[in-house]
Design a protein around this ligand. Sequence first.
Ligand SMILES: Nc1ncnc2c1ncn2[C@@H]1O[C@H](COP(=O)(O)OP(=O)(O)O)[C@@H](O)[C@H]1O
Ligand SMILES: [Mg+2]
Length: 598
Amino acid sequence: MSATQTQSQVSSSATERQIIGRVISVAGATATIELMYAGNSVLDASRATVGRFLGIVSGDVVIIGMVTDISEQSQSRGIKIAHIDLFGEVKEIDGTAGFSRGITEYPAIGDPALLMTNDELRIVYGDGHTNVQIGSLRQAPQINASINIDELLNKHFAILGTTGVGKSSGVAIILQQVLAARPDLRIFLIDPHNEYGRCFGDSAQVLNPRNLRLPFWLFNFEETIDAFFGRRPGVDEEVEILAEVIPLAKGAYLQYRNASDRPLAKRRDPKNAGFTADTPAPYRIEDLITLIDERMGKLENRSSRMHHYRLLQRIQTFRNNPRYAFMFENANVGGDTMAEIISNLFRLPANGKPLTVMQLGGFPAEVVDSVVSVLCRMAFDFGLWSDGVAPLLFICEEAHRYAAADAKVAFGPTRRALSRIAKEGRKYGIYLGLVTQRPAEIDPNIISQCNTLFVMRLSNDRDHALIRSAVSDAASSLLTFVPSLGTAEAFVFGPGVALPMQMKFRDLPQSFRPNSDVGRSGNADADAGSDLIVSVIERWRSATMSQKHHEEDAYDLGFAPPVQPQILESPDSVRARFVKGPLDRTGLGAPNLPRSWR
Ligand SMILES: Nc1ncnc2c1ncn2[C@@H]1O[C@H](COP(=O)(O)OP(=O)(O)O)[C@@H](O)[C@H]1O
Ligand SMILES: [Mg+2]
């Protein structure tokens, strides 16, 4: 049946169809219906329960609303009342029936209310050409649940729900559809639990510490400090030395490239090269060491010498640690590899794999934050400098860890990078998708930019309050059902759907389900055996070798109780993370002390 037929049928034959009630009052965007329990209508009327959509035929428009409560009037037994929130209307424009949000014509007293037919639901939830199907409607399983990809991406989205409700499976389903519908789009997925390795078949490149190349010189100053000092606040004096020598080392590298036959000592004035400690330009760690060593040689003051010495030790230990090979050995072959690295990370050209799954599971815990920060920042900067020629969807799982409102939980630079993507990303074709079980803990400036929300089962009151404030009044009555949602079920609000949608994600075949390579439901069959052991040991080591381990990480990954941080510096050094230096540090905010350092 065509849309036009449907519409005209709705409006013209209201009398022939089963009218289940009539409007008895209208106030703002809500209407009250008296349900009629007479003759043949009894069955239909009794189906008009909370959460169902009704159509009110008003002139040549069908106003769509959802039942928010029904009751029987006690004083006059037999009269049943339904309150409905009005969302939008189906009307004929240029000969075709279409759905539009918002009400232009309000119902009048006496207008008939009908249960929506499946065809009407189809008009509302649409199969437009930018729509993709991700499941079915909860109230009518035979109807596809579709989302508008362009709206979903352009206005960012978030998937919220407690652990185990099917968020990651939902992400896999959405991304599989996005991959099919938008071949021009690149996707970068932050995968903290190494779950997504098998979800996208050959379409994904899977990165881990063994095959990632992320040279240390791509780290900006804050990230470098965070890495060198293993997630702890830097020692003021050492940070100051680094702030001065890193730009020099970058200058030295440039000179070195220009006249590679001359030794470091004779290269002239790297100071004028104009680099800051944040410029993503290559330098050699050996030059950094030489520069610090030279400075130390000229010093009289014993305590200054000591700071230089300690810093040298720190850098050397870091550099020689095989677990940081992804930042050093492997990463630095070939000099200025930035172009190569960016084209590999963000899939330009895609070479058949437009999606990158960035598995964080095996990274040393104390550099994970800075690695994520570098990646978020590069994603944004790439969009910025390329003027959005290569659209990218950045998906962040466990977003409450990276975008936490609490400065003690999130690494400042990561949160700021995500915040830039959230606020300005769409201008440059960088879209954001957040996934979290604790939405209320996310920086409100970031979560509020995610306009389409997939709300799955959630039981925490703070999370409910947050979502309530984010969705329209008319839709918020659906939220009372959120605690009762089943696995894979979601309410979808926002521009990605025509109307608030109650849906169930389609069933994801076992082999494409997000599943940690280790543990939980992982099956340790013979083939997977050796991989499994390697991956277990990798995670085990990352957890126990770290100098500092977030309590949350331990909880989320199912690890043993957190390892106590080893305090190597005097408590005084914890005082401040950054000292005054030649860098522009506007916007650095308060020092980000990890929780256990308070
Ligand atoms: N769409 C789905 N299709 C099939 N199974 C699902 C689906 N959603 C959830 N599940 C089941 O629920 C489990 C938990 O889902 P998952 O996506 O990992 O939840 P979350 O990411 O919210 O913790 C999965 O292992 C799977 O068995
Ligand atoms: Mg998950």
